[in-house]
Design a protein around this ligand. Structure first.
Ligand code: BES
Ligand code: MN
Ligand code: ZN
Length: 510
């Protein structure tokens, strides 16, 4: 059994030319309807004695978005085979198109049993993007598109992992930008791969104790501070909500805090991330139906994302202070489990009537958010697979966003756009709070019919101090029903690149 998923291919930039570069496979990205106008294509076509022109004339390959064709070069150029991938029409080719094209490219490279390949850095740069952005997107698409999780398959094909990608640059002038783009792309993609692995492991392996172990590994590797609160510490502090959720399980809960100090001033106020980390969500006594319940092994995705994000921030040496908090528990219907109607006292002092034990995410987050106040965050962001209502409202392509601070929301929106992990804002209006009133406690943990994603967010808001705060509901995007260019079937890790991009963008501004 392989403990950690795949090895990640090495990506490096290199100055050179497509017609003289030796390669097992050479990948070219091509825009629709552009004939041989691109200089790379024209040069290659001469060496290939018109093969490219014939291909385009025959319309076997037109450069439509994500169209792929492979052919052998029979020694006419040093590259053994050529893969062309379409980018679609030049005006429509945004950054995400580069990710998708590279995702398709690597699948085809692997299909050809090739291990290492060269890709020509395209001369085209989309509007509002730089060569750095394009290089980053290409690295992301290549690594994420080749992702596979085979840890438990005894029939997994051996040695089918891609080992190296060379980005061929014709003018030396862009080398600095492209190297930096690759560095960032590798960091965001590596983080996403880490999240996908953690989410893919089944819950009998990825227990709260194992999550704590993963956090220890991250802390050791990156030399960041780690504190793990055990059950007795939580009792002492009064984390009644997290403890309540954990009661039905034999797995002891954990409360994990990681601290990275990268700012010039050690006392600069940090960005604080809080991630929902339920290693399995049965619903508890309010038991879930069995159909698709296995997806609930990924109910720890938010926590995995804040862990992966702090690892990436440390590896990139971002000049900011960052704290990641993971409240971790398993939601089970054991003999000591919470009952509907039980009242718990949260770390904030507020009491909650637990009318539905399946609304456990907001409970553990209430203690996580209250704890976050200790750090006086400059920005507080929580990320969670929080509600089925989010899936109903937004489908698969948007993360639900709520928040109290316009500037922070705008920054997240922008970083989401750049990362290709888009958010959509929902209302956080006080009127909805009437749905959360309880007859016996300060509030109840469900909001009844209607606006389920909103009442969950509003519940969380009651545990946030007076800090700029954003809540991201990733229940819509954390699991994909089908394989896409750079998104696998199953856990997607979506949200990770958004968070890291947000931190990168913030480091550049501040
Ligand atoms: N983890 C689930 C939310 C979820 C559902 C995530 C589907 C991903 C896919 C969460 O803990 C939950 O069970 N929420 C309940 C809340 C309800 C009881 C108010 C839900 O959405 O049904
Ligand atoms: Mn639940
Ligand atoms: Zn849950």
């Amino acid at each position: 059994m392989k403990e950690n998923g795949m090895n990640i291919m090495r990506i490096r930039p290199k100055q050179g030319h497509v017609d003289t570069e030796t390669a097992d496979t050479l990948v070219l990205l091509h825009c629709e309807g552009e004939g041989l106008s691109a200089e790379d294509a024209a040069v290659l076509d001469r060496s290939l004695e018109g093969a490219l022109r014939d291909l385009l004339h025959s319309k076997e390959f037109e450069g439509k978005a994500n169209e792929v064709v492979l052919f052998h070069t029979h020694g006419k150029i040093p590259a053994k085979r050529l893969i062309l991938v379409g980018l679609g029409k030049r005006d429509n080719a945004g950054l995400d198109q580069f990710r998708q094209a590279m995702g398709h490219a690597v699948k085809r490279v692997r299909g050809a049993k090739s291990r290492a390949f060269v890709v020509a850095f395209p001369s085209l740069t989309p509007r509002d993007a730089s060569p750095l952005d394009v290089a980053q997107a290409m690295a992301e698409g290549a690594i994420l598109g080749s992702y596979q999780f085979t840890a438990y398959r005894s029939d997994a094909p051996a040695n089918n992992e891609l080992t190296a990608m060379t980005v061929l640059i014709s003018h030396n002038s862009d080398l600095g930008q492209i190297s930096e783009g690759i560095r960032r792309g590798v960091a965001t993609a590596e983080a996403t791969v880490f999240v996908r692995d953690l989410s893919n492991h089944p819950s009998n392996v990825m227990t709260p104790t194992r999550i704590a172990h993963e956090a220890k590994t991250v802390a050791k590797e990156t030399h960041i501070r780690l504190k793990i609160l055990e059950q007795k510490d939580m009792e002492r502090l009064g984390m009644g909500a997290l403890l309540g959720v954990a009661k039905g399980s034999h797995e002891p809960p954990k409360f994990i805090i990681l601290e990275y100090h990268g700012a010039k001033r050690k006392d600069e106020r940090p960005v604080v991330l809080v991630g929902k980390t339920i290693t399995f969500d049965t619903g508890g006594i309010s038991l879930k139906p069995s159909e698709n319940m296995e997806h609930m092994k990924a109910d720890m995705t938010g926590g995995a994302e804040v862990l992966a994000t702090i690892r990436a921030a440390a590896r990139l040496k971002l000049p900011l202070n960052l704290i990641s908090i993971l409240p971790v528990a398993e939601n089970m219907p054991g003999g000591r489990a919470m009952r509907p109607g039980d009242v718990v006292k949260t770390l904030s002092g507020k009491t909650v009537e637990v009318q539905n034990t399946d609304a456990e995410g907001r409970l553990i987050l209430s203690d996580g958010l209250a704890y976050a106040s200790r750090f006086k965050p400059a920005a507080l962001i929580d990320i969670a697979t929080l509600t089925g209502a989010c899936v109903v409202a937004l489908g698969q392509f948007a993360i639900g966003m709520f928040g109290t601070d316009t500037k922070l929301k705008d920054a997240i929106r922008q970083s989401g756009l750049r990362a290709g992990e888009r958010v959509w804002e929902m209302p956080l209006w006080e009127e909805y709070f009437e749905q959360l009133r309880s007859d016996v406690a300060d509030m109840r943990n469900i909001g009844g019919r209607g606006g389920g994603m909103i009442t969950a967010a509003l519940f969380l808001s009651k545990f946030v101090g007076d800090y700029p705060w954003v809540h991201l509901d990733i229940a819509s995007t954390d699991w994909s029903e089908r394989e896409r260019a750079y998104i696998p079937k199953g856990p997607t890790g979506i949200g990770t690149r958004l968070l890291i991009q947000f931190l990168i963008d913030r480091s550049l501004v501040h």
